[in-house]
Design a protein around this ligand. Structure first.
Ligand code: V0V
Length: 168
């Protein structure tokens, strides 16, 4: 039987930014988003902020902690802008296995820690038509809320491991 990645939705779109506070000010002040979560992730070399919009859309602002990090290299090569498309999956380990079974490159053998206690992995952009695809298994509390379909429940119930989750 053919194994496929079970995508349940778009979790977020990631934007590489050189200055996180300036980007938060634009996305909240001009675009009307809400700062739902902010976290430093040293494994990924980023400080990130999740911006949530009414209706459930989420944008992740990603600023580099070092020039050698993935986001530092991206900004150096391509400038600030869209860096990743993150799909939500129920099980990141299962999704990783499905990608490998399709003969594509995942970046990590096992999922790693992402925003707010999520588990994440990535498919190499050269194997997806030029888009860095992230696979996100949200933390359990978020997963349950998403299944019950609250309009902005995804962002407001994120449970932070080493970050700060804001509620409206
Ligand atoms: C690089 N390339 C991209 C790309 N980054 N294409 C589309 N979108 C991107 N974001 C292209 C680049 O232009 C080159 O194309 C080619 O890939 C280079 O591939 P490479 O030499 O294998 O690799 P690098 O050194 O450029 O690194 C790219 C990868 C790296 C994707 C391997 O950025 C990485 O490990 N990313 C995963 C981790 C990550 O992005 N963390 C930050 C977000 P040409 O010139 O050869 O045609 S952390 C996060 O999302 C969190 C915490 C969360 O969601 O919770």
């Amino acid at each position: 039987m053919k194994i496929t990645v079970k995508i349940t939705g778009i979790d977020h779109v990631g934007i590489a930014v050189p200055d996180l506070d300036a980007a938060i000010a634009f996305h909240t002040g001009v675009l009307g988003g809400r700062l739902a979560h902010r976290e430093e992730n040293h494994d990924q070399g980023v400080v990130e902020a999740m911006i949530a919009y009414d209706g459930g859309a989420q944008v992740q602002l990603l600023a580099p902690l070092t020039p050698e990090s993935a986001i530092g290299k991206f900004i150096d090569r391509s400038g600030p802008g869209l860096q990743q498309l993150a799909y939500r999956v129920p099980d990141a380990a299962e999704a990783t296995a499905a990608v490998l079974a399709a003969g594509l490159r995942v970046l990590y053998a096992e999922p790693r820690r992402g925003t707010a206690g999520s588990k994440i992995n990535f498919i190499h952009p050269k194997d997806t038509g030029g888009v860095l695809v992230e696979l996100v298994e949200p933390a359990a509390a978020t997963q349950a809320t998403a299944a019950h379909g609250g309009p902005d429940g995804v962002a407001s119930t994120r449970s932070a491991v080493s970050g700060e989750t804001m509620t409206a």
